[in-house]
Design a protein around this ligand. Structure first.
Ligand SMILES: *[C@@H]1O[C@H](CO)[C@@H](O)[C@H](O)[C@H]1NC(C)=O
Ligand SMILES: *[C@@H]1O[C@H](CO)[C@@H](O)[C@H](O)[C@H]1NC(C)=O
Ligand SMILES: *[C@@H]1O[C@H](CO)[C@@H](O)[C@H](O)[C@H]1NC(C)=O
Ligand SMILES: *[C@@H]1O[C@H](CO)[C@@H](O)[C@H](O)[C@H]1NC(C)=O
Ligand SMILES: *[C@@H]1O[C@H](CO)[C@@H](O)[C@H](O)[C@H]1NC(C)=O
Ligand SMILES: *[C@@H]1O[C@H](CO)[C@@H](O)[C@H](O)[C@H]1NC(C)=O
Ligand SMILES: *[C@@H]1O[C@H](CO)[C@@H](O)[C@H](O)[C@H]1NC(C)=O
Ligand SMILES: *[C@@H]1O[C@H](CO)[C@@H](O)[C@H](O)[C@H]1NC(C)=O
Ligand SMILES: *[C@@H]1O[C@H](CO)[C@@H](O)[C@H](O)[C@H]1NC(C)=O
Ligand SMILES: *[C@@H]1O[C@H](CO)[C@@H](O)[C@H](O)[C@H]1NC(C)=O
Length: 488
């Protein structure tokens, strides 16, 4: 036992003395970085960074390898302010991962290739900072091992042509430049260095141009492509179908027009999420998408799509969880085949030209949380079996031609936040015991119908109610005392 302790203390001393030479350089480098790059540290995140330390390995935000060398800095959410000087960090010759998200750093990361020939940084996360200078061609100099670069949610302006063709792009697997002020003639970008790229997010910038760059074909490993919220126009290119690993594709909120190319159906083997919403697409949803067995989320909302693709295509997609096709030009009945989608959580068919009845059976075996059918020409009564959708949170049947009473089973759904039925021809009374069970109700909009009877006194139990609209009915009696206690 005694010998064992001697051994422990000797080996401790041994490692300490080893660490005293080399890692103290790292102490100096980090303190230099703090001095030059951190102008303000309002949360005192770096308070324990002190010169007296033998090693920086126990400092907040610092992680070391088994050999006691700094390999990661993590200042996520530290609220530090300043102009980043990456040069000081280049002395840390084991530093691979830099997590600096959620600070207010500025700077432009120009690194001189000649003075830092061996940058080994693999991860750089500078999302949610205050970067406002363009990314230059020499951006990150010799960091040819960069695997993941995240500059999302900054104010970076300028073109990205130079970035895409630069050498550091070759090693990248994940590039997130979303939510900046970048611009580029998108179809002209030369994606020739993207053989390793798995995820590319350029959402919410100012990319423009007609079409999609053909060179994206070079990015054969691409699984995520998000160019939503830009200013792209023209047709969606058929060759996208040749990206055979795509799982998440978002082209939403641009002004793409024309038909959805049937060739895109070749992505079905891998596709999990497809968002084409907020464009000017017309025609239907091609039959080639029938084989998208794994598709979970489909958003085609706010286009000019028409036809009966809900029946001919969408009813074949067994994994669908979220189906959004509002604000299109789809007419006809709501297909009964939707009842086979037992995994569906959100069904949004609002603002189309659907007529006929709401099919019964939609809730025979389902996970529906949102059923949004507003602004159509639906008639008949509300099926009682909607009451079987126990997880229902939002029901919106506003502005249709529904009539009759709302079935008591539907009134009893206990997780509903939004109960929006205004602008129909519904009749009957509001249940006497409304909100006497759960109080999840936030919106109750029954105006412009034919409801009769009193406003039940129990309505004052709907503690979370923020929108109550009962006008234009045939309600009688008094307004319940205590309504003014509903604080929202
Ligand atoms: C960085 O720190 C944040 C906040 O402490 C933590 O949530 C996150 O997991 C850390 N990241 C890594 C890669 O260790
Ligand atoms: C953000 O960057 C701008 C321009 O570089 C600078 O003027 C401003 O002071 C920075 N804001 C903070 C909070 O550091
Ligand atoms: C980039 O950072 C943001 C915010 O921290 C995060 O939400 C996003 O997932 C990151 N992007 C990638 C590709 O990891
Ligand atoms: C792309 O970035 C935006 C904004 O940061 C984010 O909302 C979106 O979820 C990201 N897309 C993907 C597919 O991760
Ligand atoms: C896009 O970014 C702008 C500011 O850069 C912001 O105001 C807007 O909300 C963002 N849009 C989305 C959908 O994130
Ligand atoms: C809506 O669809 C009908 C056919 O169902 C078509 O005649 C009409 O042109 C479409 N309207 C628009 C604006 O696309
Ligand atoms: C539901 O799926 C089953 C099996 O694939 C099929 O036989 C049935 O016709 C479908 N029901 C509807 C209403 O489409
Ligand atoms: C309900 O759906 C589940 C799968 O989500 C399935 O296993 C089960 O057989 C279905 N039940 C009925 C009665 O259709
Ligand atoms: C409204 O419903 C009543 C029955 O509740 C029916 O007599 C009347 O014709 C309906 N009005 C319209 C415009 O559909
Ligand atoms: C009321 O609303 C608040 C805030 O949205 C929520 O946290 C709370 O769970 C709600 N209460 C009920 C009973 O749903």
């Amino acid at each position: 036992m005694y010998l064992f302790f001697i051994f422990i203390s000797l080996s401790n001393n041994f490692t300490l003395s080893l660490q005293q030479q080399n890692p103290s350089n790292e102490v100096m480098a980090l303190l230099g970085f703090k001095q030059k790059s951190v102008a303000a540290d309002p949360q005192g995140f770096l308070n324990d960074w002190r010169l007296e330390s033998l090693t920086p390995c126990s400092w907040r935000g610092v992680s070391c390898s088994l050999h006691g060398k700094v390999n990661m800095l993590n200042f996520t959410g530290a609220g530090l302010t300043g102009c980043l000087h990456m040069d000081d960090l280049m002395v840390l010759d084991s530093l691979k991962h830099l997590h600096l998200s959620g600070n207010l750093f500025s700077g432009n990361f120009f690194l001189n290739k000649a003075s830092h020939p061996s940058c080994i940084i693999e991860t750089l996360d500078l999302s949610f900072n205050n970067l406002s200078e363009p990314i230059s061609e020499t951006f990150f100099g010799s960091c040819f091992h960069l695997v993941s670069l995240n500059l999302s949610h900054n104010l970076i302006p300028g073109d990205i042509h130079a970035v895409v063709v630069s050498d550091f792009f070759k090693s990248l697997k994940s590039l997130d430049l979303s939510h900046n002020n970048l611009f580029a003639d998108f179809p002209m970008l030369e994606f020739k260095n993207c053989a390793n790229l798995v995820a590319l997010n350029l959402s919410n910038n100012s990319l423009y141009g007609t079409g999609i760059p053909r060179s994206l074909i070079n990015c054969q490993l691409l699984e995520t492509l998000d160019v939503s919220f830009n200013k792209l126009e023209g047709k969606i290119a058929a060759f996208l179908g040749n990206l055979r690993n795509l799982k998440h594709l978002n082209l939403g909120q641009n002004t793409f027009s024309g038909n959805i190319p049937q060739e895109m159906g070749s992505m079905c083997g891998t596709l999990i999420e497809l968002d084409l919403s907020g464009n000017e697409l017309s025609g239907g949803f091609p039959e080639t998408f029938k084989s998208c067995n794994g598709l979970q989320r489909l958003n085609l909302g706010s286009n000019q799509l028409s036809g009966n693709f809900l029946t001919t295509v969408i009813s074949y997609l067994p994994s669908l969880q979220i189906l959004q096709v509002p604000f299109n030009n789809i007419s006809g009945f709501i297909p009964v085949s939707l009842i086979n989608h037992t995994k569906l959580q959100v069904l949004d068919l609002s603002s189309n030209g659907f007529d006929g009845n709401i099919p019964s059976g939609l809730c025979s075996n389902s996970s529906l949380r949102r059923l949004l059918l507003a602004d159509n020409f639906l008639s008949g009564t509300i099926p009682a079996d909607i009451g079987n959708c126990k997880r229902m949170e939002k029901i919106n049947f506003a502005r249709n031609h529904l009539s009759g009473q709302i079935p008591s089973e539907v009134w009893k759904l206990s997780n509903v936040h939004d109960f929006v039925m205004w602008g129909n021809n519904l009749s009957g009374e509001i249940p006497k015991d409304i909100c006497s069970g759960t109080q999840t109700l936030e919106k109750l909009a029954l105006n412009n119908n034919g409801f009769t009877g009193n406003i039940p006194a129990s309505i004052i139990n709907c503690a979370n109610l923020s929108w109550l609209s009962l006008s234009f009915n045939q309600l009688t009696g008094t307004i319940p005392a205590g309504l003014h206690n509903l604080q929202n």
